[in-house]
Ligand binder design. Structure first.
Ligand code: FES
Length: 298
C-alpha cells in the first residue's frame, strides 16, 4: 500500500503514538464500562450504520451554514442573519461533541498507521472545536470580528481533520464492510462437505470458489452458512466461540446469528453475507443468497 501525503506527515510525528498509548486503553475501558447496550449504541449496531459519519454531518453542515451567515452578516449587517450565524455555530459545537464520542469509540480498535492517523484527526478536531468555542465567547462579549476570525481558523482546521477522517475510511477501510471485497460465492448449489463431517454444535470453515464459508448446524438441525470472515475487521469466525445459534468473533467480540448473519452485538454493524444450503446425497451444498450477489463494478 503506497503512502499518501497525509500518511507521510503523520508518520513523521512520533508523539502521536505516545498519545495513542496513553489514551486508547482509557477509551477502551470507558466504553466497556458502559456495558453491551452502551457499546452497541456507540458502534451504531441498532441503526445498522456506523454512527460517527452520520453525526459528523451536524458540525460540518452547521458550521458551513455559520460561515455563510457570517459572510452575509458582514456584508449586510442583518441582525436576523447574525443570530442565524450564532445559532448555527452553537448547533455545530453541540454536534461536534456527539461526533467526538462516537469517533473515539471507533478509534478504540485501531493500531499502527490508522491509529496514528486517528490521533491526528482527533487532535485537529479538538483544535477546531476549541476555536469555535472561543469564537462563541468572543461573540458573546461583543468582539464579533475577532469571533468571526477565530471561527474561520477553526473551520479551516476542522476541514483538515475531516480530510484525515476521509483517509481513515477510504485508505484504511475503517468501518467498511469487509465481506464486500470477497467473491460472492457460487450462484448454483455446489457440494462443499460431507454432512457427517459437520458436528452438531461446532463450526466448520470451508473454501468455496475462493470464499471462506462458515458452516454450522442450528439447534433445530438446520444447516446454516455465513461468511467466515468477520465484516468488521476480517476476524476468522471459525476460531470464535459459539453461543447457542450465534458466533462471537475472536477479535473484538461482534456476535452474529449463524443462520441469518444478522448482528446481535457490535462493533460490526453490517450482517454477514449469507449462503443458501441444502443436503443432497449426504453432501452439504451451498450457493450465495440472492441478496449478496452483486455485479462487479468495472
Ligand atoms: S474483526 Fe472486529 S469484531 Fe470481528
Amino acid at each position: 500500500m503506497g503512502e499518501t501525503i497525509s500518511q507521510r506527515i503523520v508518520e513523521a510525528l512520533p508523539f502521536l503514538d505516545r498519545v495513542a498509548e496513553g489514551v486508547q486503553p482509557k477509551v477502551q475501558e470507558a466504553v466497556e464500562a458502559g456495558g453491551t447496550t452502551a457499546r452497541n449504541v456507540l458502534d451504531g449496531v441498532w441503526f445498522e450504520v456506523p454512527l460517527h459519519p452520520v453525526l459528523t454531518d451536524v458540525p460540518v453542515g452547521s458550521w458551513t451554514a455559520a460561515l455563510v451567515f457570517d459572510g452575509v452578516d458582514a456584508a449586510t449587517g442583518s441582525k436576523a442573519v447574525r443570530n442565524a450565524a450564532d445559532a448555527s455555530l452553537v448547533m455545530g459545537i453541540l454536534g461536534a461533541f456527539g461526533a467526538a464520542i462516537t469517533g473515539l469509540s471507533d478509534w478504540r480498535y485501531l493500531s499502527g498507521g490508522s491509529r496514528r492517523m486517528g490521533v491526528a484527526h482527533g487532535l485537529l478536531n479538538t483544535v477546531g472545536l476549541a476555536l469555535s468555542i472561543v469564537s462563541l465567547i468572543l461573540r458573546a462579549t461583543g468582539r464579533r470580528n475577532a469571533g468571526r476570525m477565530a471561527f474561520l481558523a477553526g473551520y479551516s482546521v476542522s476541514g483538515m481533520a475531516a480530510h484525515l477522517g476521509g483517509e481513515l475510511s477510504y485508505h484504511y477501510g475503517l468501518r467498511v464492510d469487509r465481506n464486500v471485497f470477497e467473491g460472492t460465492g457460487p450462484d448454483e448449489f455446489i457440494p462443499v462437505l460431507d454432512e457427517a463431517e459437520l458436528p452438531d454444535s461446532g463450526l466448520r470453515r470451508v473454501e468455496v470458489e475462493g470464499v471462506g464459508v462458515l458452516l454450522s448446524r442450528s439447534s433445530s438441525g438446520e444447516v446454516c452458512a455465513i461468511s467466515a470472515t468477520c465484516n468488521h475487521f476480517g476476524g476468522p469466525l471459525e476460531q470464535g466461540d459459539r453461543e447457542d445459534d450465534t458466533v462471537v468473533c475472536p477479535l473484538h467480540n461482534s456476535r452474529f446469528d449463524l443462520c441469518s448473519g444478522q448482528v446481535i452485538d457490535g462493533p460490526a454493524v453490517f450482517p454477514q453475507s449469507r449462503y443458501e444450503t441444502r443436503v443432497r446425497e449426504g453432501k452439504i451444498e451451498v450457493k450465495a443468497a440472492a441478496e449478496n450477489v452483486q455485479e462487479k463494478v468495472v
